[in-house]
Ligand binder design. Sequence first.
Ligand SMILES: [Zn+2]
Length: 302
Amino acid sequence: MTTDLPATEATPPAGLPDRRLLFVHAHPDDETITNGVTMAKYAAEGALVTLVTCTLGEEGEVIPPELAHLASDRDDTLGEHRIGELAAAMEALGVTDHRFLGGPGRYRDSGMMGVPHNDNPKCFWQADLDEAAGRLVDVILETRPQVLVTYDSNGGYGHPDHIQAHRVAMRGYELAAARGHTIDRVYEVCFPRSVVAAGFERLRAAGGNSVFQHIATPDDVPGVVDDALVNASVNGEAYSDNKKAALTAHHSQIAVDGPFFALSNELGQPFFGTEYFRQVRGEALAEGVADGLFPEVAESAR
Ligand SMILES: [Zn+2]
């Protein structure tokens, strides 16, 4: 089995599973929306799945009226509430190693780009890059991931915390390499345009605005890219129920209706049981779209 492991590592570090993945996300719920089936699948297969969430999502918009008082302009207790939602979501996905960067509440949600919260010295957007990345390096050196997953440089849709999560992840990758652990592959999350378009067709065909006010458009989905840029996918259809349960756990932020869901804009979106990635660091993949994030250990480790 060891001959199939990446060249940088002859045997897994003591006490750690053969396969290890690190996901870096901005707010509680991002991990489930973008990587829910991937996390559930690898966790079920015995891989170490580590989630680092950078903020508590204190500035999120609250959907259920009965929870409206949690919002930052009222009680400002949404962050605390979302710690519980994230824990429930991780239970649904079977992920036991989830942490907040620097501990819960170390970095505050920065709000959408251009709002006054962006200037709060405690917010993630104002964080010192090397200091924040240093906290991620501690996690990397402990869990020794072969795979790192985060957003593209625009954070998928321009949210300051998503952009900063990308920067911290990429800086953490560099700093960890300088300290002796090179992550084999770094992936950005993305959605192929054709898949998203087909998902919206399904939503329209199903009369998707029966529950949701309106249907979103592919432009509302973060990280949509030309199909040719996608070079890996994880078919997690078998874990769709886990992802739906995890989406439901993020009750303050997400409304779920059958195969569709909506965020606080109340625009219905299709649910995806296959997730897509673009490799941006590490040895080049073969042409086409790889099945899974660990092509070279796919057979030996199952
Ligand atoms: Zn987010």
